[in-house]
Design a binder for this molecule. Sequence first.
Ligand SMILES: NC(=O)c1ccc[n+]([C@@H]2O[C@H](COP(=O)([O-])OP(=O)(O)OC[C@H]3O[C@@H](n4cnc5c(N)ncnc54)[C@H](OP(=O)(O)O)[C@@H]3O)[C@@H](O)[C@H]2O)c1
Length: 258
Amino acid sequence: MASLIASPSASRILVLGGTTEAGRLAAALAARREMAAILSLAGRTAEAAPSALPRRIGGFGGIEGLMRWLAAERITAVVDATHPFAARISVNAAAACAALGLPLARLTRPAWTPQPGDRWQEVADARAAALALGAAPRRVFLTVGRLTLDAFTVAPQHRYLVRTIDAPDPPPALPDLTLVTARPPFTAEAETALMREHAVEVLVTKNSGGAATAGKLAAARALGLPVVVIRRPEKPAADTFLTVEAVLAWLEAHRPPP
Ligand SMILES: NC(=O)c1ccc[n+]([C@@H]2O[C@H](COP(=O)([O-])OP(=O)(O)OC[C@H]3O[C@@H](n4cnc5c(N)ncnc54)[C@H](OP(=O)(O)O)[C@@H]3O)[C@@H](O)[C@H]2O)c1
C-alpha cells in the first residue's frame, strides 16, 4: 500500500478517485510540492488508468476503516472526486471527515440535460429503468455499468446489447445478451454506427455526465431513439466544484497552518 512522504507542514490530501476528473486532479497535484497527495481507487476495473500520484487500491472498510486510515496517514483534507453514482463512498467520506473535523471538497461533473430532439424518460434507479422498458420485447442498448446489470433480470423479454469496461463475471442472467467490452471515450459517430448495427430501439443510461460518454445521447437523438435516463443519487453536502483549478484554490485555502 502506498503512503505519503512529505514535510510535516505540507498538506496531506486524499483524493477519492475512479473518474477522469480525479485523474486530472491527480496530475495537477503531482506538480505541487507543497501538497502531498494520494489517489484512492476501489479497484473495480481490472486495469487502473496510469496515475501521476501514489495510489492505494481497495475499500477502506466502511466509515470506521476510512477514519482509521485518515488518522494513520495524518490526512489534512479530502477531495471526493468519485463518480456521481458512487453514493456509498461519498456518504462514508462525509461521515469520516465530519467525525475527524477534516475539510471535504467534491469534484464532480454537471449532469446531462435533455437537448431539443431528445426523447428522455427519467427514472429513479436501475430497477425502474428495467420496468420502464415495458412488456413488449425491445432491442435495448444497456450502458449502466457492469455492477448494475442484474437489475435488468426483471425484464428478460428484451434483447440486450450490453457494453461494459470489463466483462461481467458472472454475466447477468439475461437470455438474449450481446456483450461488448470497451473503454470510453466514445464518439457520436461510433455510437451511431454501433446502434445501427444492432438495430437498437431504446438506450438505457445513468446520468453520468461528462463528454467521454455523451456520444450515445447524440447518437440516440440523431436516430430518433428514446432514452431511459437513471437520475443521480443524492450525495451528502460538501464544498462542490466543477474544475480542478477551483479544487486547487480550495486546497490552498485549507492548508494546515505552519
Ligand atoms: N458507480 C458507477 O457508475 C461508477 C462509474 C465509473 C467509475 N466509478 C468508480 O468506481 C468506484 C466504485 O464505484 P461504486 O459505485 O461501487 O462505489 P460505492 O458504491 O460508492 O462504494 C462501494 C464501496 O467501494 C469502496 N470504494 C468506492 N470508491 C472507492 C475509492 N475511490 N477508494 C477506495 N474505496 C472505494 C468503499 O468500500 P469501503 O466501505 O470498504 O471503504 C465503498 O463503500 C468509485 O471509486 C467510482 O468513482 C463508479
